[in-house]
Design a protein around this ligand. Structure first.
Ligand code: ADP
Ligand code: ZN
Length: 626
């Protein structure tokens, strides 16, 4: 058997590599540089951990992992210890003595993996230690995680990452593996250039996450919609709710708590210790809902996050995909749910316009936003569009000869599409006439009132009762007109002037619609589909939902599963680690299903490596009463 496969099975208890893992591991293990692009949850960690183990076994010393996430290093290293791998981190949470001891181990090349943040790695002190390691032939490999942080096109730009070029310049013979879940071409080119990875081999895996179901609903009462979604689909599940502002995070977290959910806030305005405490609870406890700004989530490798909800739209598809990708890393069913409305479009446009960046940069950002708007407005398969954005064509199921995934809202509940061109023209000509007659622009509410023929005070005051377009769209509901407007703004056929009370103006593209050269197709929003037919549903009372196993289990196996989870919770507590670091739900469910009677029976279950079998095998059998 190949060394890499052997390590995969022995250390991690996994039977097979995923996607390009094996190719990466072999290339890097043999000393090549690599740039690895895999979606969140795709399995990037093994791409450097297995070469690190293989090279250490061959006497080549320590792999230095550069990770931006000090707060997560403890758990990452804890997970490696559980698998029997010698690893440590160096960061500000250690005492001087602890740090000194780890530095000694590192310099002697005794550790297999050493985690540190870029700020530390590029200090004179750390570089001197790396020099010493290299002199002894014990500097094995550099793994640069979350490498998109080096690029301003990525969404987590960290200037410290730029200084990492020193690694290549100072240690040209030490191989580097750089990893990210951000795959757009611009960011990729930037990474290669910034870190001088021109000679690295690039490995790209499929970006499809088939177990994630994508849903984008029209926003009307976001809080109520969110509550309905969580109650209906994910009672008792762990999830993340993303909001734009700190204030909104606080409000939503509070509302969820009032409704009986175990929800916590997370944003950059919170005290660092509170943030850390909330993050730990999310990772360690069952069924916590984290309500957060985008400050939360990078590097979170909790495998059983069952949903990611967006109450506000992110700024581009990369961000959306990375955030939603945090759901369902354990490859069992999970939801990516977003509520989206006109205000989202307006806000995102305004943030770009008002940013101090140069025009070129703004132009790129606008293009990226437009791609996300296209996804939100789409009436065809969301997954096909997402993958296309990442340069991948979907080869899955097909409906009427059209590529379709069968696991997004548009595939599951094909929307009725109506031709909204007429409504669009009525709105546009009203905007035009109002501007002509009054010499100033007005906002969406007023324009819709005129189109629908509502003689409000403001309409009368400005003499808009006399306009030829007054009441021409009386047949449309306000919700319909709002949807039309949103799409017009999304395709830039209406501009919203943020500097002037969000008033509406015509644009270049308005003419195409007015002349009938551009059709406006809209989903019928009257009855947004209910989701999740046939899934077990919790009642309306908030008795904590019983944990759903990721496998279908008979009732005896259910009992075994519950007992195993209880046992795991205790072990995790005493090791001060999240439960999934001991065993994943999927592993416990597989054990429960197999009903093992001996250590031999436990062998070959995914997630049980040699060390875990030795450490926990007997205890597991005891829990099962065998
Ligand atoms: P990423 O860093 O790319 O987001 P991770 O490295 O955290 O993803 O892996 C995601 C999950 O998939 C982890 O729980 C990991 O244990 C699991 N995993 C990775 N590779 C394999 C494999 N070859 N077989 C089974 N499980 C795997
Ligand atoms: Zn689909």
């Amino acid at each position: 058997m190949h060394v890499a496969k052997e390590i995969l099975l022995e250390v991690f208890g996994f039977q097979a590599f995923r996607g390009p893992q094996q190719a990466v591991v072999e290339h890097v293990g043999a000393g090549g540089d690599a740039l690895v692009l895999m979606p969140t949850g795709g399995g990037k960690s093994l791409c450097y951990q297995i070469p690190a183990i293989a090279r250490q076994r061959a006497g080549q010393g320590t792999t230095v992992v550069i990770s931006p996430l000090i707060a997560l290093m403890h758990d990452q290293v804890g997970a490696l210890h559980e698998a029997g791998v010698s690893a440590a981190f160096l960061n500000s949470t250690l005492s001087m003595d602890e740090a000194a001891q780890i530095e000694r181990q590192m310099v002697r090349g005794e550790l297999t993996l050493l985690y540190a943040a870029p700020e530390r790695v590029t200090t004179a002190r750390f570089l001197a230690q790396l020099d010493a390691m290299q002199q002894r032939g014990k500097l094995s490999l550099f793994a640069i995680d979350e490498v998109h942080c080096v690029s301003q096109w990525g969404h987590d730009f960290r200037p410290e990452y730029r200084a990492l070029t020193v690694l290549h310049e100072r240690y040209p013979s030490v191989p580097r593996v750089a990893l990210t879940a951000t795959a757009d071409a611009q960011t990729r080119e930037d990474i290669v250039e910034r870190l001088q990875l021109q000679d690295a081999r690039t490995f790209v895996s499929s970006f499809d996450r088939p177990n994630i179901r994508y849903t984008i609903v029209e926003k009307n009462d976001a809080t109520a919609q969110l509550l309905r979604f969580i109650r209906g689909e994910h009672d008792g599940d762990a999830g993340i709710v993303y909001c734009q502002s700190r204030k909104r995070v606080e409000e939503i977290a509070q509302t969820l708590c009032q409704q009986g959910f175990d929800a916590l806030p997370y944003h950059a305005g919170l005290d660092a210790t509170v943030r850390q405490k909330n993050q730990d609870r999310f990772l360690r406890d069952e069924g916590v809902v984290m309500v957060a700004t985008i400050a939360f989530g990078m590097g979170i490798d909790k495998p059983d996050v069952r949903f990611v909800a967006h109450l506000d739209m992110p700024k581009n598809i990369e961000a959306y995909y990375q955030e939603t990708g945090r759901a369902g890393r354990d490859a069992t069913a999970a939801d990516a749910w977003m509520a989206y409305g006109l205000q989202d479009v307006v806000n995102q446009r305004r943030m770009i316009d008002e940013s101090p960046a140069g025009d070129d940069f703004k132009q790129v950002m606008r293009g990226k936003l437009d791609a996300l708007l296209g996804l939100a407005e789409a009436t065809d398969c969301r997954r096909v569009r997402l993958l296309l954005y990442f340069g991948e064509s979907y080869s899955g199921l097909s409906r009427d000869g059209v590529a379709a995934c069968g696991n997004c809202d548009n595939c599951l509940f094909p929307p009725e599409v109506w031709d909204a061109t007429d409504a669009a023209r009525k709105l546009l000509s009203t905007i035009y006439r109002v501007q002509q007659s009054s010499g100033i622009s007005f906002g969406a509410g007023h324009i819709m009132d005129i189109v629908r023929g509502k003689a409000t005070e403001k309409v009368m005051q400005h003499g808009h009762l006399e306009l030829s377009t007054f009441g021409i769209g009386a047949a449309f509901s306000e919700q319909q007109l709002r949807a039309v407007l949103r799409q017009l703004v999304a395709v830039d056929a209406v501009a919203v002037d943020a500097q002037a009370f969000n008033t509406l103006r015509l644009t270049q593209a308005s003419r195409a619609v007015l002349r009938g050269e551009m059709l406006v197709q809209l989903r019928d929003a009257v009855a947004p589909p209910a989701l999740g037919k046939g899934r077990p549903r919790a009642g309306s009372g908030r008795t904590p939902a019983v944990a759903r196993a990721p496998l279908p289990l008979d009732s005896a196996a259910q009992l075994r599963y519950a007992a195993l989870r209880e046992w795991r919770a205790e072990v995790a507590r005493s090791h001060n680690l999240p439960a999934y670091v001991i065993f994943h739900d999927t592993t416990l469910a597989a054990i429960a299903q197999r009903a093992p009677h001996s250590l031999d029976d436990l062998q070959g279950i995914s997630g049980i490596g040699a060390r875990k079998l030795e450490a926990y095998g007997d205890a597991v059998l005891q829990v099962l009463g065998t």
